[in-house]
Design a protein around this ligand. Sequence first.
Ligand code: AMP
Length: 291
Amino acid sequence: MQTFQHPKDASHWCQQQRDNGKTIGFVATMGALHDGHLELVQRAKRENDVVCVSIFVNPLQFNNAQDLAKYPRTFSDDCAKLERIHCDMVFSGEIDDFFANELDKTSPLPIAPLACLGLEEEFRPGHFQGVWKIVEQLFITVGNCRAYFGNKDFQQVMLVKELADYLRAQPNAQKPDIDIVACETIRETTGLALSSRNLRLSETQRAQALIIYETLNNTKKLWQQGERHGVVLESYMQKAIAQSELKLEYAAIRDPNQWSATTPSWRLQQAQALIAGYIGDIRLIDNMPLH
Ligand code: AMP
């Protein structure tokens, strides 16, 4: 496995692969790799000739300095895990290596993404601006590829699809053509969605966190019994969580085909249930399609 500490070297390697007629699968991560990340890498490996992974804890997407400081950093362990599953290349870098100048880092986004309507954006203002900024640079670094993202971060998948569409629509020939592949959420046998932040949960907190999966699952049961009203499904979720240790930010229903900042008032044909909250000082998010 090739390891590069500078995006320029990674970019050069990717271009060489394409020159040799190889297709590239790409997985963007912030490290502290778990089986959810590794599943994305393995799928990318199955569906492409070579696979590369970025490991970069992006300061632009943290709006809480403590959360950034406490984010686990396990680079050499991560590389060992990637090597074991035959990843071809891993790269990292410093924030300034990814941007030509300061303005590129901070300028407003060129479009107002739909993904920025409500929920994550409401509770983490500016988070998606930071995600867009770095993922755009990661895509430019890797170039034409299939990029694999987890549905666990549902709004993020919407955002990177909008980013890929935006890049594709640019007349500038240097903008890459990125095919986004959305992958299912990988869970522990208990149902808890795998997350790098789980490393910080105590045994007790890990048990308390199960309320998230249980609530999503029970909401799905309501849907299966015929309930189609967002407000009813949401109030069920909120009541279920009210008695738990989860400090709720949101428990919401959205129509994945008509994303909006508020609960849909129409009778739903498709619905996504989404939850975010804190167990102690650890922020957890999860979601589930009900249809
Ligand atoms: P992160 O390192 O948290 O930025 O995540 C990197 C990628 O892995 C993102 O596309 C995430 O959505 C994805 N991911 C994280 N956790 C999971 C999971 N439990 N199942 C599937 N994908 C995941």
